[in-house]
Design a protein around this ligand. Sequence first.
Ligand SMILES: Nc1ncnc2c1ncn2[C@@H]1O[C@H](COP(=O)(O)OP(=O)(O)OP(=O)(O)O)[C@@H](O)[C@H]1O
Length: 271
Amino acid sequence: MLELQDLTRRFGGRAAGDGGGRAAVDGVTLAIPDGQMVGIIGRSGAGKSTLLRMVNRLTEPTSGRILHHGTDVTTLRGRALRDWRTRCAMIFQGFNLIQRLDVLTNVLVGRLNHRHGALAALNSLLLRFTPEERAMALDALDRFDLAEQALQRADTLSGGQQQRVAIARAMLQEPRILLADEPIASLDPRNARVVMEALRDVNRRDGLTVLVNLHHLDTARRYCDRIIAMAAGRVVFDGPPSVLTGGEVEAIYGVPEEALEAETPHAPAAA
Ligand SMILES: Nc1ncnc2c1ncn2[C@@H]1O[C@H](COP(=O)(O)OP(=O)(O)OP(=O)(O)O)[C@@H](O)[C@H]1O
């Protein structure tokens, strides 16, 4: 179980924790069972990215707690924090691959957090990997239908392929949670579908908890077990997709579903 307890993040105060500034996330309390696929929706600026980034501590909470299996991850430091970030992988709208490196090496980067000791550090620096690690990376690529592209530079792939490489890299971390921050916002509908299916697959087959920020409600309804809607940093809906009807969306946001989605600034579809 992943528990968020009264989680708040303010920006723009005089100092963290002084109670000043605007709340990007405002007192969010959620309990997310292991293996659930959760879609987080809401207008631009609702606090979706800040919420996800607090879970793996890329953004520090101003107040509140995050517990995973009872461990308070809000207080972790040093090696314990690095271990948490390994268990809690993240993918981004912009894929965040190293463009000039080949696909296989990009996936192997997901393994670096598992290494400890001086020799391992040197090998990491030189991007040297063992045959076992390379086999693991190839398996991950094969699973997402990318084995043939293993030796191509990352920047030769389509956006949908790059996002699947990012998922393969995340899987090499052997995480328990996958955080996906608008993973399909730059993709055309076909690539978006393939990426959502890949996320669904790691959720269903590997049992990962997946938290995914999405702009399209139909995508959230189709792929997620649970939908959380945010507005101004707060949770304004939390329930199964079947309950989030068009009427419910209009009641929450004051505009029809189509109008809500149309406000969303989208990056141009990737090639
Ligand atoms: N590093 C930061 N410094 C200052 N303000 C920030 C920072 N990050 C986010 N914010 C503000 O916090 C609020 C929530 O932003 P956030 O990116 O979490 O929303 P979002 O729902 O993910 O939006 P989008 O869908 O556009 O990505 C916004 O008002 C944003 O401007």
